[in-house]
Design a binder for this molecule. Structure first.
Ligand code: SAM
Length: 286
């Protein structure tokens, strides 16, 4: 007779407020044979709070290949495993993809146990359009790569969702302004579900000014939401339009640069002119 195989549960945990754990997550965590955790110490804190004792195995970016092999053999051996990350939903800017993909490839049963996710939590209360959105995860850390990365989504009409560390948030806000202009509404959702939960709303330069004047706003965990492109009323241009405009504005007055860039890219001259102003390219005579 064929041995029954185990189930892999992908379990979401709170992103701050421990009361957000679901009753089903607690039940699964208490019943599985093994918990695969991004950071076993972090998960132990949660389990102690819940009064659950369990066997833990570390599964993070640096050991995912070895841990995956081990976990697959546990599952093949008929034992159930729960995958958790430090906070929120595993795999979402967190480890676990390889394990889930490998489990599915082998025909193992994979069961989601849903719960908190910082991006969706932020979107649900930000007041930006939620009918269409694009989750981008963390931006690259260097300025040039970050700007190129933002340039790829400048034409996206849906709300953009970004994770960022408090350490780099100022630079990322400045790059958002440089690449998308200063007209879009941004929401910075900080410390969600925690004591100092804050939603800051404004265009990029307003948020930069707010963070400059209030150091508290540069602490903790945060999600940045960016209003999507709004057709011709949006001063943001595509990465290519901006590139052409920047080159021409090096030698020409902005009005001439915008007129020429409009002929080269097919964009409207007025929009490129406004984009140039937002990008601070308007110093040469207009
Ligand atoms: N898997 C997690 C999820 O489902 O949201 C995300 C993990 S990712 C490594 C951590 C990032 O999520 C943080 O840098 C921050 O951008 C965001 N984040 C996590 N908790 C948050 C919170 N309480 N408030 C705001 N952002 C949070």
């Amino acid at each position: 007779m064929q041995q029954e195989r185990g189930v892999l549960y992908v379990v979401a945990t709170p992103i701050g407020n421990l009361a957000d754990i679901s009753a089903r997550a607690v039940q699964v965590l208490s019943e599985v044979d093994l918990i695969a955790a991004e950071d076993t110490r972090e998960t132990l804190r949660l389990l102690n709070h819940l009064g659950v004792s369990a066997r833990l195995l570390a599964c993070h970016d640096h050991n995912e290949t070895v841990a995956t092999a081990r976990l697959l053999s546990v599952l093949e051996g008929g034992r159930d495993v729960a995958l958790v990350s430090d906070a929120g939903t595993p795999l979402i800017s967190d480890p676990g993809y390889r394990l889930v993909a490998a489990a599915r490839e082998r025909g193992l049963k994979v069961v989601p146990v849903p719960g908190a996710n910082a991006a969706i939590c932020a979107l649900s209360a930000a007041g930006l359009p939620s009918d269409r959105f694009l989750f981008l995860g963390f931006p690259p850390r260097t300025r040039s790569r970050r700007r190129a990365w933002l340039g790829e989504v400048v034409d996206e009409p849906g709300t953009l969702l970004l994770y960022e560390s408090a350490k780099r948030v100022m630079e990322t806000l400045q790059d958002l302004q440089a690449v998308m202009g200063d007209r879009r509404r941004l929401v910075m959702a900080r410390e969600l579900t925690k004591r100092f939960e804050t939603f800051l709303v404004g265009c990029p330069s307003e948020l930069v000014a707010r963070l400059e004047s209030d150091q508290e706003q540069r602490l903790g965990e945060l999600v940045i939401l960016v209003e999507g492109r709004r057709g011709d009323t949006d001063a943001g241009g595509s990465a290519e339009q901006e590139r052409v405009l920047r080159i021409l504005a090096e030698d020409l007055a902005l009005s001439q640069a915008a007129a020429l860039a409009a002929r080269l890219t097919g964009a409207k001259k007025n929009r490129l002119y406004r984009l140039g102003l937002d990008l601070g390219l308007g110093a040469k005579g207009d």
